[in-house]
Ligand binder design. Structure first.
Ligand code: HEM
Length: 260
């Protein structure tokens, strides 16, 4: 783990050094997240005319790591689980494609249209219920707390396993383990009756800061796939969800794609 961390930091540092050299040579580089971060940091340091304001290179590296790990694995796995489930439930794939074609035809999707995709929203809610990329939330107890019959001492770390909430028969009904996006037809709060039991993006002050962006980017990818391909699960697919930081299909997502 330590070796990997050193390697990752080294790789990011190389990218940053290259960008800083480009910036110093007057080339603009603020059209992506790293560019914006370096650009605003550089201006901040210049404004205060010293190096103690702004972020250090180490802090920029940590920001890059956080955004990459928090953003790439999660959204990637959400798309993978969506394709697996739509490859299994081709009736929902057809419904999703019909919606996409009625909103966009074969045009490149735009934000307005993406925000109007009701069926795809229902599908995403159901995918994130069954296979939330992040399966557990951790919280530190700051002061001695009574929780039912439990006495939790300050500094105790507790872990909430969201798979339990997301599969609870009392909340979701007898088909809790099945893929049924229809349950979200009237929105999340209707089905959860306002309880905090559906938390794919966490909750409270540390809720995922990019949940809207994540929904949008995965939607964009799925829409473009649905416009060009139909897909089904390959007979070689073996269903084995397992968690390595995020929830992933252990033996990969074997899908057969057909060009439309
Ligand atoms: C489907 C995609 C995603 C899922 C399921 C997801 C889920 C989560 C969850 C469960 C948390 C912890 C919240 C808590 O403890 O209450 C979290 C935090 C976070 N997420 Fe996401 N996330 C996704 C995409 C993204 C993306 C695309 C980014 C950034 C580009 C991102 C950035 C972050 C950051 C920075 C935090 C830490 C927030 C904090 O500690 O204050 N996430 N995410």
């Amino acid at each position: 783990m330590k070796e990997t961390d050193i390697e990752v930091k080294g790789l990011i540092r190389k990218i940053i050094d290259k960008r800083i050299m480009e910036m110093k040579a007057g080339e603009t580089s603020s059209d992506d997240l790293l560019g914006i971060l370096l650009d605003s940091n550089y201006k901040e340091i210049k404004r205060h005319e010293n190096n103690s304001s702004g972020l250090s290179i180490e802090e920029i590296i940590e920001e890059c790591k956080l955004f990459y790990l928090a953003g790439q694995e999660t959204a990637g796995n959400m798309l993978v689980w969506t394709m697996i489930l739509l490859g299994q439930h081709t009736d929902w794939q057809t419904r999703a494609r019909e919606e996409v074609l009625s909103v966009f035809g074969d045009k490149i999707p735009d934000i307005d249209g993406l925000n109007r995709l009701r069926t795809i929203n229902m599908i995403f809610n159901e995918v994130l219920r069954l296979y939330p990329p992040v399966t557990a939330l951790r919280r530190m107890i700051h002061k001695d707390t009574n929780l039912g019959n439990l006495r939790l001492q300050a500094q105790t770390m507790i872990q909430l396993n969201m798979l339990f909430f997301h599969h609870d028969l009392d909340i979701w009904g007898g088909d809790a383990h099945e893929f049924n996006p229809e349950r979200f037809s009237e929105g999340v709060s209707k089905v959860t009756k306002g309880q905090t039991v559906y938390v794919p993006f966490g909750g409270g002050p540390r809720i995922c800061i990019r949940q809207n962006f994540a929904m949008l980017e995965v939607k964009m990818a799925l829409v473009m796939i649905l416009q060009c391909f139909s897909f089904e699960l390959s007979p070689s697919y073996s269903h084995a969800p397992y968690t390595v930081i995020t929830l992933q299909p252990q033996f990969g997502a074997h899908l057969i794609l057909h060009k439309l």
